[in-house]
Design a protein around this ligand. Structure first.
Ligand code: FES
Length: 166
């Protein structure tokens, strides 16, 4: 386990991780929550984050990489302050998800997994985010937004831009 002097995380997060691995029957079960907490603190899952998490849960870095490649919530590159995830899976697609994603691309001036030059937004096309009944749905960081249209998406993006003070 990383010690306080070798960890790349804040003392608070390192202490949280020390406790987290004791709360499961096997250490590796702490992997997903640990990756999410680490991503929240660091901004993305850098090679240094992956290396330390692997040591903490007692698995190989390649095993961490194979797990995080499966989850769209986990990222290995820096995202914008607000990460806009647009669902284009079947329910959302039938209710304008693809058009909404194309609209976001134009509006933000970036492609899939792109980050705006001011660092405020990143954009991602994702699979079902579990909000099918309110399609088309978008997740921005941990918040869901539903029944969106290009017009309501514009005003949502403006609200977030205002939050960023830009
Ligand atoms: S298909 Fe978009 S939320 Fe389920």
């Amino acid at each position: 386990m990383a010690t306080e002097t070798t960890t790349i995380f804040s003392p608070e997060l390192a202490a949280r991780f020390d406790k987290l691995v004791t709360q499961y029957p096997v250490r590796r079960s702490a992997l997903i929550p640990m990756l999410l907490y680490a991503q929240d603190e660091v901004g993305y899952l850098s090679p240094a984050v992956i290396a330390e998490v692997a040591v903490r849960v007692g698995i190989k870095e390649s095993d961490v990489l194979s797990v995080l490649s499966y989850y769209s919530l986990l990222r290995t590159k820096p995202a914008g302050k607000f990460n806009v995830q647009v669902c284009t899976n079947i329910c959302c697609m039938l209710r304008g998800g693809n058009e909404l994603f194309e609209h976001c691309k134009k509006r933000l001036g970036v492609g899939n997994k792109g980050v705006t030059p001011d660092g405020v937004f990143s954009l991602e096309e994702v699979e079902c985010i579990g909000a099918c009944s309110w399609a088309p749905a978008v997740q921005i960081n941990y918040d869901f937004h539903e029944n969106l249209t290009p017009e309501s998406m514009d005003s949502l993006l403006e609200d977030y831009r205002a939050k960023a003070g830009k």
